[in-house]
Design a protein around this ligand. Structure first.
Ligand SMILES: *Cc1c(COP(=O)(O)O)cnc(C)c1O
Length: 727
């Protein structure tokens, strides 16, 4: 499903495509395509080969949900569980009529119903949903109490218990005491292949595989072939000796999955994002719908008297598969259309829009410009590098929550902020994914990092000690100083960095540095930037050599992405460019084909009046009329973010498509402009301080130039009291 797993860092096309294969295998399990050919062949296909399908789904979930990386843990887990529960709910309703018709729930006691709901599934294939929910929650709990190795041991023990209730039941039957225990267990659940005994091991394996270092392909393939052959022998032996009560769990299944999954992880992105999303969606719904389709195919076969469809196992299988795929595909098309229509209409409540209509001064954020910038910046980067937008300083004055929400809709799942307070505010507004705090957080506020699942920058080694002394696991990215000499451990202090990795309570999720002259392409700047990059890569290399994982590295900010696209890591911390401008007017002009400004600033005309020749206006009477003129007072001042340096004719605004120069000094809440040349101007009109009006435009770059600063400062000082609206 789209966005089914939040917090994905890279694309894994093969994983996503294998979901289709897995879905095809699951359908095989429930239709026995080779039953007519030979019992052995069908056993091999449906009870051996196809048994990789469900563990595979668990492992994907494990990698993207249960991995607990980068502060996404609780939020991500609960969002996922909610989503699964919703799917389960829909499926229950969907299968209720079929179940009732088939007499499934007849004579079922309350305990039976509860068992179905919590363990067995209310229809045979639906067991997957409660199992996945139980497993994910179990792993989440384990992660809170146990270390990695202990978790694996526990999961393996549970799996072992499960084995003896499944394929190895024959042994249990020999020992009455244990048999009694298992029989008691089977009052609670019908199979040990469930969320307690089956799911956790695969969830953990998936989580581990996603983070582990890649192995050699040849080793993986050899391992896969050998373990699969051995598992087949295991399965046939168990069948021969009639050991199996059920045939989902084998000793060697986790081993097979260990190799298979890593092979799937290895491959490069090869398809369009949308195609991959479709594959994911279709596979989910094939899984959910195929039992209904089995019923439908039987019905259709009867109706049109095509006995082939029910009598020939292979034909039956193909018919079910085809129809399931078509229905799922159509469903995907419908939902996709529905979703894009909804997002086109804009999700914001009407109230917000009304409020700004009577605001004294406000910011309009252009949603499509923001999306455009996200996409062009993404296109400049390799697929493996994701955006981690800088939404610090209230998203450069734009409004952090509004911006982050739009970005989240665009699939952004990592953000960076300057301080812990900004991170907390985003979480309170429902922003998920990783939030990296770039600056210093006081030790008294470490609890907030934990509570709101924020990732903290390690600003130096001494600070790492303080973080570690908090005593509970905190997620961190280590800042590396490669030449800016602001925050970070010096890149030549390998031992200090290694020591931070060893700290018991720090989960080092990433490593980053900051470039300080990437805005310039002058020779000296280039060599400085290269030296920074080399120092960073050298450190990363040394760490990897020592076995410290560097799964998430990043160094580019906006100018880095534009001027040094080759320095892409796992993330790019884009700030100013995302908002459609660059620091100066000149740079903005240089890259204007790529970026669209997001923000417009507007203020209301409060009053229009005459200023007669010789009269003065404003504080300090810095302006005196040379002739009779018409002036307008606007409801915005320097407290709203209009630089005071624009006073006395330096700056202008746009009203009714005309330029109106500032007269006198800009006040805290108001400013006065000359509107002699503006026809029909009246109180209540809109004045544009930044943005377009008619054929004219005042850019953030213009204002920055007039105020002798950079756009970053102008934008980040936009007043908190301005209304902000997404248009
Ligand atoms: C602010 C900031 C950014 C974003 O910078 P832009 O130039 O606005 O893209 C990235 N990284 C760090 C460490 C920052 O402080």
């Amino acid at each position: 499903m789209e966005g089914f797993e939040k917090g994905r860092k890279k694309r894994y096309d093969s994983l996503d495509w294998f979901r289709l294969v897995a879905a095809v295998l699951v359908v095989a399990i429930h239709t026995s395509p080779l039953a007519d050919v030979s019992g052995d062949a069908d056993f091999f296909l449906t009870r051996v080969l196809a048994r990789v399908a469900v563990p595979f789904f668990f492992m994907v979930t494990g990698q993207f949900v249960a991995a607990g990386s980068a502060g996404t843990e609780a939020g991500c887990v609960f969002a996922y569980v909610k989503k699964l529960a919703a799917l389960y709910g829909v499926s229950i309703v969907l299968y209720l009529p079929i179940g009732i018709y088939a007499g499934h729930y007849q004579k079922a006691s309350f305990a039976d119903l509860l068992r179905m709901l919590v363990f067995d599934g209310t229809f045979y294939h639906l067991w997957y949903f409660p199992a996945c929910i139980t497993g994910v929650l179990l792993v989440y709990l384990m992660r809170r109490c146990l270390k990695q190795r202990q978790m694996f041991v526990l999961a393996a023990v549970l799996y072992g218990i499960g084995l003896f209730g499944d394929s190895y039941y024959g042994f249990v039957e020999q020992v009455p005491v244990i048999l009694g225990l298992y029989e008691a267990g089977f009052c609670v659940f019908s199979y040990t292949r469930n969320g307690i005994f089956f799911a956790p091991l695969f969830l953990l394996l998936g989580a581990w595989a996603g983070k582990s270092r890649r192995q050699d392909r040849r080793i993986l393939w050899t391992g896969l072939v050998i373990s699969f052959v051995a598992m087949s022998e295991e399965a046939f032996l168990l069948r021969y000796f009639e050991m199996q009560r059920h045939d989902s769990m084998y000793v060697l299944l986790p081993v097979v999955m260990f190799f298979l999954y890593q092979i799937l992880l290895e491959s490069e992105p090869a398809f369009r994002r949308k195609t991959v999303r479709f594959a994911v969606f279709v596979s989910t719904w094939i899984y959910i719908l195929h039992p209904a389709v089995i019923v439908a195919v039987r019905g259709i076969a009867k109706a049109v008297k095509m006995d082939l469809l029910t009598d020939n196992s292979l034909a039956h299988y193909l018919a079910v598969l085809l129809l399931s795929a078509v229905v799922s595909y159509l469903l995907a098309l419908c939902l996709d259309g529905y979703r894009s229509r909804r997002s086109r209409m804009g999700g914001k409540p009407e109230k917000d829009r009304q409020e700004y209509k009577c605001a004294r001064a406000w910011l309009e954020l252009n949603r499509s410009a923001l999306r455009h910038n996200v996409n062009t910046l993404r296109e400049r980067l390799p697929d493996s590098c994701k955006l981690m937008p800088a939404v610090k300083a209230d998203a450069y004055g734009h409004g952090a929550a509004l911006v982050a929400q739009v970005l989240q809709e665009e699939g952004v799942d990592a953000f960076c902020v300057a301080c812990v307070k900004e991170g907390v505010q985003l979480r309170k507004k429902g922003i998920r994914g990783m939030i990296l705090v770039l600056g210093y957080t006081h030790p008294k506020q470490f609890a907030l990092l934990e509570e709101y699942r924020l990732t903290q920058t390690v600003v130096d080694h001494a600070y790492a000690l303080q973080l570690n002394a908090y005593g509970r696991t905190l997620h961190v990215h280590i800042g590396i100083d490669t030449g800016m000499h602001r925050l970070g451990v010096r890149s030549d202090h390998l031992e200090q960095v290694a020591d931070i990795y060893e700290m018991e309570h720090l989960a080092v999720d990433g490593l980053f540095t900051h470039l300080c002259v990437s805005d310039s392409m002058a020779a000296a700047a280039r060599s400085y930037t290269d030296a920074q990059a080399q120092a960073f890569y050298r450190l990363v290399g040394q760490l990897q050599q020592r076995g410290y994982p560097c799964a998430c590295i990043h160094m580019q900010a906006s100018y880095g992405v534009l001027n040094y696209p080759d320095l892409a890591g796992d993330y790019a911390r884009v700030g100013i460019a995302l908002y459609g401008v660059l620091s100066t007017k000149e740079d903005t002009a240089l890259w204007q084909s790529l970026l669209q400004p997001v923000l417009s600033m507007k203020a209301r005309v409060a009053t229009v009046k005459m200023l007669y020749q010789g009269e003065s206006a404003g504080y300090g009477i810095r302006f005196t009329a040379k002739q009779d003129m018409k002036i307008a007072t606007l409801s915005a001042g320097y407290a709203d973010g209009v630089p005071r340096a624009l006073s006395e004719g330096v700056g202008s605004v746009l009203i009714r498509g005309c330029l109106a120069p500032v007269i006198g000094r800009i006040c805290m809440d108001q400013m006065t402009v000359d509107v002699s040349a503006v026809p029909h101007v009246q109180a209540g009109d809109e004045a544009v301080l930044i943005g377009r009006c008619g054929d004219l435009e005042i850019s953030a770059g213009d204002i920055a130039a007039q105020a002798g600063t950079i756009t970053n400062e102008v934008l980040s000082r936009m007043g908190e009291r301005l209304e902000r609206v997404v248009v």
